[in-house]
Write a protein that binds this ligand. Sequence first.
Ligand code: PLP
Length: 396
Amino acid sequence: MTITALMPVYPRCGVRPVRGEGVYLYGENGEQYLDFAAGIAVNALGHGHPKLVEAIAKQAATLMHVSNLYGSPQGEHFAQRLVDSTFADTVFFTNSGAEAVECAIKTARRYHFANGNPQRHTLITFNNAFHGRTLGAISATNQPKMRDGFEPLLPGFAYAPFDDLEAALALIDENTAGFLVEPIQGEGGLRPASMEFLQGLRKACDEHGLLLVLDEVQCGYGRTGKFFAHELYGVTPDIMAVAKGIGGGFPLGACLATEEAAKGMVIGTHGSTYGGNPLSMAAGEAVLDVIQEPGFLDHVEAMGKRLRSTLEQMIPNFDHLFEEVRGHGLMQGLKMKSDSRRFVAHCRDHHGLLLVAAGENVIRILPPLTIDESHIAEFATKLSDAARVYVPAADD
Ligand SMILES: *Cc1c(COP(=O)(O)O)cnc(C)c1O
């Protein structure tokens, strides 16, 4: 037997965290890491945030799980807070981002079905998109590395180049249900959509009776300095998938929709055993309490500006390595001139700095939203120390 007990689908590295505290992770032998990856934009409040820890402990002792066949005071309360804070009129809770995307896809198809247009089932999605790993979610991307060997996939998706409005509009036909898009592509290379692109998609939806479905699993929930990234664009979706930061590390996701877009989602059309159970709702409420504290999002925006200018100042010193910075708030990408995966490994193994690689040789910088200036200064020191001694491989 050579297969590992953990199914070997991840290239797991030597970092083996056993404890976390704020912006730091600690390995089995006490090694300390500055965590500017935050579980890939999940640990929005850092590690061990006292309010989140207390809320989960208290709820676990009170009531952890009941079936969705019962009334949910916890779910109603948290959903109402999300409705009050966003474009949405209704929320379905999930355990993950991919499930939030699945619910979004189903909601979009049911909308047209309810309108008597079941043939309008195709969502236009975008090259290099990442929507998760379920069969529906991998059908919504055209990245071969996620799809190969899993065919036949779900029909009903068309693919356009990201940020190319004309190409997206050219795909609209009698089968189109709407667009499914990340306002800022995460996995695909930390690429923010342009204003014209997102606003153009919204306009096309309004003109053609289509739905704008946003995947804000990574870029949402305060990450950019706005509660949701679409606020940066002055655009509102009809349906939106949310996860990652919403639970601060507790597995939680949500599909948000307007009343109109959710008109097909009636009794019996969807469900989840765990989705929105009392324990997850307590975690979600605790995270939202912190994010909605006055000044919190302003703090994220200010830290984002500082992080951005730190990176911009660093580029000229290492212009053999780094090309440009892109992103918003505390979702920043540093584009490299060589393999970003290898540099991320170098930072991790030799400088105690955790980052995440993304497509297009980009390094993703996704710290907890609770960082202060001192963490950015520490990050800058570690990153420049790492860059100073780094030699890209000859074949990078
Ligand atoms: C992470 C991610 C997902 C999938 O979330 P899971 O919780 O891993 O299922 C979907 N969309 C985007 C944009 C993501 O970054």
